[in-house]
Design a protein around this ligand. Structure first.
Ligand code: ZN
Length: 500
C-alpha cells in the first residue's frame, strides 16, 4: 500500500463530504433568513436529499475500508495525518455504528416528539409530552449502546456533542461550580438592585442599531469579506472558513438584545475565521467542540462586551448614534444596565451569573434520567425543586419550567453542559491572556482588540481539532479545566457592581 497516495485519496473523499455539508449549510441559512414561507416543503426535500448524499458519501464502503486499513498502520504517518485520520474515523464510526433502522426510527420519533412538545408547551401539559420523552430516552440509550461508552449511556450522549467528555469529568466541573455559585447568586440577589429603565425610555431605530453593531463587530475583527450578518427569529452562526453567516434579531425598545447577540455570534464567527487556511475542510481545519465554540462567543459577548473598559471605548460612539435616547445616561448607568443580575425562569433570558445554574439543573436532570435514576413522570417536580433551591424562584407552571427548552424533544441530550463548559473555559483562557498580555481592560479601553484576538488565534483557533477540548484548554492555560477562574471572574466583576 502506498500510504501517501492512500492518505491523499482519503482526504479528497472527506473534502467532498465537507463540500456537500457546506451546501446544506447555505440552504439552512437561507431557510432561516430569506426564504419565503411557501418554500418550506421543497426546502425540506432539498435538505433531506443533500443530507442523505452527505451520509452516503461518508459511509462509502470502499473508503471506509481504506480508512480502516490506514488506521491499522497509522504509527507510520505524520502527526498531522494521524490527527486527521483519528477524527475522520470518529466521524465515520458514528455514521456507521448505529444501525440504519435505529437512525430512521430516531428521526421519525424526533418529528413526532417535537410536535408533541410544541402542543404540550402551549397547553402547559407535561403529561402530553411525557411518553414521547420516555421513548426518546430509550432510543438515545439504544444509540449509546451501538456507539459504545466508557461507563454509562450518558457518556456516549455527551461524546456526541463534546468529544472526549465523560460524565465524571463534566459532573466534577459542574458540581464544583454549583457549590460555589449558588451562595454567590444568593448574595447578589440580596444586594441592592440596578435599574435599567433609563436606557429603555425611548425607541432605538433598527437601522441605527444595525449600523452600530456592525461597526463593533468589525472592530473586534469580523471580516466582512468572509462573512455576513442578517436577521432571523433566533440568532445563530452557520458556515465555516471563507463563508461564515451570523444573524441577530432586533428589538426597537431594547438595544441590548441585538447588540449582544451580534457580539456573541461574531465570537463564534471569529473562531471559524481563525481556523488554519492550510487545513480547510479537514479536521485540522475545523472547530474542536461546542464548548470551545461557546468559550469564544461568550468571551467576546460577556467578558469583553459587557466590561466597563469595552464601554469606556465604545460608549461615546453609542451616545453619538442615539443622542436623544442615551444623551442623559452616564457610562456607569449604562454599564450597570447591561449587567443586571436577576433570577429568571427562562434560561435564554438569564444573565451571565445565573445562566449557569439553569444549565447545572438541566445537566443533573438529564444525567439522572439517562441513568434511570428518575422517572419521566417525576421530572416536573424535580425541576421545580431545583429552580427553588438554586434560583429561589417558585415556578408557576411547566410551560416555563421543564417544558421550556426544545432540546430534549429533539433528542439533544448531553448538549446543555457545553454552554456552561464554554463559560468555564472562557474564564480560564481570560486569566492566561491577562498573564500573557497584561490587563485586557487597558487594551479594550483603547479599542485595541487585535492582540486579544491574535492570542485566541494562536492558542485556540489555529489548532483546529489537533487536541480534544479539555486537552486544548489545558495546553493553552497550563492547567486542567476547573470552575475556579470563572468564580474569580464573577467575584472581580460583580463584587464592585453589587457592592458585595
Ligand atoms: Zn453560542
Amino acid at each position: 500500500m502506498d500510504r501517501q497516495k492512500h492518505y491523499d485519496e482519503l482526504i479528497a473523499w472527506y473534502k467532498d463530504f465537507q463540500l456537500v455539508s457546506r451546501i446544506s449549510s447555505v440552504l439552512q441559512w437561507d431557510q432561516r433568513t430569506y426564504m419565503p414561507k411557501l418554500g418550506m416543503a421543497s426546502r425540506a426535500e432539498q435538505l433531506a436529499l443533500i443530507d442523505g448524499l452527505a451520509h452516503r458519501k461518508l459511509t462509502e464502503p470502499a473508503m471506509v475500508a481504506k480508512l480502516n486499513e490506514l488506521a491499522a498502520v497509522q504509527a507510520e504517518l505524520s502527526e498531522d495525518q494521524r490527527v486527521n485520520l483519528r477524527e475522520i474515523k470518529r466521524e465515520v464510526d458514528r455514521a456507521t455504528k448505529v444501525p440504519n433502522d435505529l437512525v430512521e426510527e430516531i428521526s421519525r420519533h424526533t418529528a413526532k416528539s417535537n410536535a408533541a412538545w410544541v402542543e404540550a408547551r402551549e397547553a402547559d401539559n407535561f403529561n402530553h409530552f411525557a411518553p414521547f420523552l420516555a421513548r426518546m430516552i430509550e432510543l438515545r440509550k439504544l444509540e449509546a449502546a451501538a456507539l459504545g461508552f466508557a461507563d454509562r449511556p450518558y457518556d456516549a450522549a455527551l461524546d456526541l456533542f463534546e468529544p472526549g467528555s465523560t460524565e465524571p469529568y463534566v459532573r466534577k466541573l459542574l458540581e464544583d461550580l454549583r457549590q460555589r455559585l449558588v451562595p454567590f447568586v444568593h448574595k447578589v440577589l440580596g444586594a441592592e438592585k440596578h435599574d435599567d429603565s433609563l436606557i429603555l425610555r425611548e425607541p432605538f431605530p433598527i437601522d441605527k442599531q444595525r449600523e452600530f453593531g456592525l461597526m463593533v463587530i468589525g472592530k473586534l475583527g469580523f471580516n466582512f469579506d468572509e462573512g455576513r450578518q442578517d436577521i432571523s427569529a433566533h440568532p445563530f452562526t452557520i458556515g465555516s472558513k471563507g463563508d461564515v453567516r451570523i444573524t441577530t434579531r432586533f428589538n426597537e425598545r431594547d438595544l441590548r438584545q441585538s447588540l449582544f447577540a451580534m457580539i456573541h455570534e461574531a465570537g463564534h464567527a471569529l473562531y471559524e475565521m481563525g481556523l488554519p487556511d492550510e487545513h480547510v475542510d479537514t479536521p485540522l481545519g475545523q472547530s474542536v467542540s461546542l464548548a470551545v465554540h461557546e468559550s469564544q462567543s461568550r468571551f467576546f459577548e460577556n467578558t469583553l462586551g459587557r466590561s466597563l473598559a469595552f464601554w469606556t471605548y465604545f460608549y461615546p460612539d453609542l451616545k453619538a448614534a442615539f443622542p436623544t435616547q442615551l444623551g442623559g445616561v452616564p457610562l456607569l448607568k449604562f454599564y450597570e444596565a447591561v449587567n443586571i443580575v436577576a433570577p429568571s425562569l427562562i434560561r435564554v433570558e438569564a444573565d451571565e451569573v445565573t445562566y449557569n445554574l439553569h444549565i447545572v439543573l438541566r445537566f443533573e436532570i438529564e444525567r439522572a434520567f439517562m441513568a434511570g435514576e428518575v422517572a419521566v413522570a417525576d421530572l416536573p417536580d424535580l425541576w421545580r425543586a431545583k429552580v427553588k433551591q438554586y434560583l429561589d424562584i417558585d415556578a408557576p407552571n411547566d410551560a416555563d419550567g421543564v417544558l421550556q427548552d426544545v432540546h430534549w424533544s429533539e433528542g439533544l441530550i448531553g448538549y446543555f453542559p457545553t454552554y456552561t463548559m464554554g463559560n468555564l473555559y472562557g474564564a480560564q483562557l481570560r486569566e492566561k491572556i491577562m498573564a500573557d498580555l497584561g490587563d485586557i481592560g487597558v487594551l479594550c479601553a483603547r479599542g485595541e482588540f487585535a492582540p486579544i484576538l491574535n492570542w485566541m488565534r494562536e492558542h485556540v483557533h489555529r489548532l483546529g481539532k489537533r487536541y480534544t477540548a479539555n486537552e486544548l484548554i489545558e495546553r493553552a492555560t497550563g492547567k486542567k479545566p476547573t470552575a475556579e477562574p470563572f468564580m474569580r471572574y464573577l467575584a472581580e466583576k460583580y463584587g464592585p457592581l453589587y457592592h458585595l
